[in-house]
Design a binder for this molecule. Structure first.
Ligand code: ADP
Ligand code: MN
Ligand code: MN
Ligand code: MN
Length: 366
């Protein structure tokens, strides 16, 4: 029974069922992206796990859902199809159960309006000779049930920013248990999480995913987001990806997007990095258009951001649109960081437009 006085369920009671024999079946959690930038999921029984214990994409049927309930389809013609595209071990249910990331397709055989993966995957395929690597830094804020940042005083504010970034100690960080659980779960699921840190605003955190090859970036980031929402359920916290959850002198939340191509990673790579940044500058507006909702509230030129209206770049400059890390600046090769994307942006749109701007669209010869 759920605790009637709170919305937190007694997860511990679930434990005694978790080890029950599943009689050769597996639970597959089909996961997709909705029209609000959130994740949805539902469960399907896979009747027979293959003898080698490995479930492949070919073993997973297409499925469907009611798109009128997720803002993805009109009521009259509401079936949206789920096409499995990537499989991850399920860290909540354990072996042999799996998480299944899906693309959404309309009944007429075209990608759903919110399926940004399809286009991004084509761009990655077209430009695969570039060997694109991405690394995304996902910032987010933990909220309590009344949508207040977790651990903040009910009436009033915590002390000003300063002690919280990479903080250690009571009153400096909140909900480290969620962060730790999420980190472990990502590693267990094979998500390429590369680190975590507490952020500048209290109750704000970051995790990094990458480097990932091409389309794998969006896939891994979306599964990491799913796991964060899913795990936070068990702790009674909400996850906000809003880029400016608290107005005023509180840092916003971004999705810094680091990138390198094979050429950029080799000695002499700086000229390729600079050429790419020049191209990004020419399409600043087009990038901002897909770099997340409400990003105007965050990209003010203050709180470690560049201005939303003008493009700028520099070595080690955290107030620029694009930063070349100090170490890459001195070595003369490596990668660069696009600091513009908001925390709520779709990684498929970010990585897709970066490829298009740097290396050309789908009709270009490469
Ligand atoms: P910051 O100093 O901006 O906070 P982080 O350490 O949080 O940087 O994140 C750096 C990100 O850059 C990580 O996601 C990492 O995977 C990614 N990264 C590192 N090297 C490369 C590379 N050569 N190409 C693309 N991404 C990279
Ligand atoms: Mn970071
Ligand atoms: Mn950060
Ligand atoms: Mn960064």
């Amino acid at each position: 029974m759920a605790n009637p006085s709170s919305t937190v369920s007694y997860t511990a009671n679930l434990l005694k069922y978790m080890s029950l024999d599943q009689k050769g079946t597996a639970m597959a959690e089909y996961i997709w992206i909705d029209s609000f930038g959130g994740v949805r999921s539902k469960s399907k029984t896979i009747l027979k796990v293959p003898d080698d214990g490995k479930i492949n994409l070919a073993d997973l049927p297409e499925w469907n859902f009611d798109g009128s309930s997720t803002g993805q389809a009109p009521g009259g013609d509401s079936d949206i199809y789920l096409r499995p595209v990537a499989i991850f071990p399920d860290p909540m249910r354990g072996d042999p159960n799996i998480l299944v990331l899906c693309e959404c397709w309309d009944p007429d055989g075209t990608p759903n309006k919110y399926n940004h993966r399809h286009e991004a995957a084509k761009l990655m395929e077209t430009h695969k000779a570039q060997e694109p690597w991405f690394g995304l830094e996902q910032e987010y804020t933990l909220l309590d049930m009344s949508d207040r940042p977790y651990g903040w005083p009910v009436n009033g504010y915590p002390g000003p920013q300063g002690p919280y970034y990479c903080g250690v100690g009571t009153g400096k960080v909140f909900c480290r248990d969620i962060v730790e659980a999420h980190y472990k779960a990502c590693l267990n699921a094979g998500v390429k999480i590369s680190g975590t840190n507490a952020e500048v605003m209290p109750a704000q955190w970051e995790f990094q995913v990458g480097p990932c090859d091409g389309i794998e970036m969006g896939d891994h980031l979306w599964i990491a987001r799913f796991l964060l929402h899913r795990i936070a359920e068990e702790f009674g916290a909400k996850i906000s990806f809003h880029p400016k959850p608290i107005p005023g002198d509180w840092n916003g939340a971004g999705l810094h997007s680091n990138f390198s191509s094979a050429d950029m990673r080799k000695p002499g790579g700086m000229k390729f990095i600079e050429a790419a940044i020049k191209k990004l500058e020419l399409r600043h507006k087009e990038h901002i258009a897909v770099y997340g909702e409400d990003n105007t509230l965050r990209l003010t030129g203050r709180h470690e951001t560049g201005s939303i209206d003008t493009f700028s770049y520099g070595v080690a400059d955290r107030g620029a649109s694009v930063r070349i890390p100090r170490e890459c600046g001195s070595k003369g090769f490596g990668y660069f960081e696009d600091r513009r994307p908001a925390s709520n942006a779709d990684p498929y749109q970010i990585t897709g437009i970066m490829m298009e701007t740097m290396f050309g669209g789908l009709d270009s010869e490469e």
